[in-house]
Design a protein around this ligand. Structure first.
Ligand SMILES: *[C@@H]1O[C@H](CO)[C@@H](O)[C@H](O)[C@H]1NC(C)=O
Ligand SMILES: *[C@@H]1O[C@H](CO)[C@@H](O)[C@H](O)[C@H]1NC(C)=O
Ligand SMILES: *[C@@H]1O[C@H](CO)[C@@H](O)[C@H](O)[C@H]1NC(C)=O
Ligand SMILES: *[C@@H]1O[C@H](CO)[C@@H](O)[C@H](O)[C@H]1NC(C)=O
Ligand SMILES: *[C@@H]1O[C@H](CO)[C@@H](O)[C@H](O)[C@H]1NC(C)=O
Ligand SMILES: CC(=O)N[C@H]1CO[C@H](CO)[C@@H](O)[C@@H]1O
Length: 278
C-alpha cells in the first residue's frame, strides 16, 4: 500500500506537531493537582493570609511551564513538583489528598504549627525525594509505608510530638542521606536497619535521635532500666530507716519526759498530803 512520498509524510508529521504545539496549551490542567491543592488549602488554617494567592480559580491550572501562580509551588511539565511552604505559621493539618500531587518530589512544610498525623497516603508519592515536616505539632506514629517512597533522600521530622516506635522498614530506603527524628516523643529500640546501617549506606549519628525520652539502642545508649535505679533504692531505704529511727527516738523521749513530769507532779501532790500542817 502506498501512503505517499516519504518527504510528504515527514512534512505532514511536522505540520501535525506544529499544529498541536500551537493549539494545545503549554501545560494542560491536571485533575490530580487540582484535587491535591484544593484539599490541602482546605486543611490548612492560614491566619496570616500567607497563602492569599491560593485561590480556587488557580487550583485547576496552577502551572504555566516552570513557574506556578501559587506562592510556594514550583512546576515541571505542567505539574506541581515542589511545595515549599515553610515558615508561614500555617495551622490545621496535612490533607491525605496530598497524595494526588503525584509528581511531587519535594514537600517542605517545616516550621509551621501543623497538627494531626503524617498522612499514610504519602506512600503514593512515588517520586518524593525530600520530606521536611520538621518544627510542627505533628502527632501519632511515623507511617511505616513511607518506605514505599523509594527515592526518599531526606526525612526530616525533628521537633514534633510524634509517638510510637521508629518503623524498621525505613531502613530499606537506600538513598536516605538525611534522617532526623530528634525532639519527639518516640519510644522503643532504634531499628538496626537505621541505627547501625551496613555497607556504604550513610549512617546517622545520635543527633538524629536525641530528645526522645524513651528511645534507646545504638547510636543512643542502652535501654534505661524501668523504675528506680539501685542507688535510688538504697538511698530511699537508708533515708527512711534513719527517719523512722529519729521518729521513734523522739516518741520515746516525749513519752519518757511526760512520764517523768507525771511522776514529779504526783510527788508534788503527795508531799503536801504527807506534810503535817504547822
Ligand atoms: C503569588 O505569590 C507568589 C509569591 O508570593 C508570587 O511569586 C506569585 O507571582 C503570586 N501569584 C499571583 C497570581 O499573584
Ligand atoms: C520559623 O518561622 C518563624 C516565622 O513564623 C521565623 O520567625 C523563624 O525564624 C523560623 N525559624 C527557622 C528556623 O527558620
Ligand atoms: C528542614 O527545615 C528546617 C526549617 O525550615 C531547616 O532548618 C532544615 O535544614 C531542613 N532540613 C533539611 C534536611 O534540609
Ligand atoms: C552528626 O551528623 C551531623 C550531620 O549529619 C553532623 O553535623 C554532626 O556534627 C554529627 N554529630 C556528631 C556528634 O558526630
Ligand atoms: C553494628 O554492626 C556491626 C557489624 O556491621 C556489629 O559488629 C556491631 O555489633 C553492631 N552494633 C550494634 C550496636 O548492633
Ligand atoms: C483523582 C485522585 O487521584 N484522587 C485521589 C485523591 O486522594 C484521595 C485520598 O488519598 C483518593 O481517595 C483519591 O482517589
Amino acid at each position: 500500500m502506498r501512503t505517499g512520498h516519504p518527504d510528504m509524510r515527514i512534512s505532514k508529521l511536522l505540520l501535525f506537531f506544529m499544529l498541536t504545539c500551537t493549539f494545545l496549551p503549554p501545560s494542560s490542567p491536571d485533575p490530580n493537582d487540582e484535587s491535591c491543592l484544593t484539599h490541602l488549602f482546605q486543611s490548612f488554617d492560614d491566619p496570616n493570609k500567607n497563602l492569599h494567592n491560593w485561590t480556587k480559580s488557580t487550583f485547576s491550572n496552577p502551572c504555566s511551564d516552570f513557574t506556578s501562580t501559587l506562592a510556594g509551588a514550583t512546576c515541571n511539565n505542567g505539574r506541581v513538583y515542589k511545595l515549599s511552604l515553610q515558615n508561614l505559621d500555617l495551622r490545621g493539618s496535612i490533607s491525605p489528598f496530598i497524595s494526588n500531587c503525584t509528581n511531587l518530589q519535594s514537600l517542605d512544610l517545616s516550621n509551621n504549627s501543623l497538627a494531626g498525623p503524617i498522612p499514610v497516603e504519602l506512600q503514593y508519592l512515588l517520586n518524593l525525594a525530600v520530606l521536611n515536616l520538621s518544627s510542627n505539632r505533628l502527632s501519632s506514629a511515623i507511617p511505616p509505608s513511607l518506605a514505599m517512597c523509594a527515592y526518599l533522600n531526606v526525612i526530616d521530622l525533628h521537633d514534633n510530638t510524634l509517638t510510637g516506635t521508629i518503623p524498621p522498614q525505613l531502613g530499606s530506603l537506600v538513598r536516605l542521606s538525611v534522617f532526623d527524628v530528634s525532639n519527639n516523643k518516640l519510644s522503643g529500640p532504634i531499628p538496626a536497619s537505621l541505627g547501625n546501617r551496613t555497607g556504604n549506606l550513610p549512617a546517622f549519628n545520635a543527633s538524629s535521635y536525641a530528645g526522645n525520652k524513651d528511645l534507646y539502642g545504638y547510636p543512643l545508649g542502652p535501654m534505661k532500666s524501668k523504675g528506680l535505679s539501685v542507688v535510688a533504692i538504697v538511698g530511699i531505704g537508708l533515708g527512711s530507716g534513719l527517719l523512722s529511727l529519729v521518729l521513734s527516738f523522739t516518741v520515746v523521749c516525749i513519752w519518757l519526759r511526760s512520764k517523768e513530769q507525771k511522776r514529779a507532779a504526783e510527788q508534788e501532790g503527795k508531799i503536801p498530803q504527807l506534810m503535817p500542817d504547822y
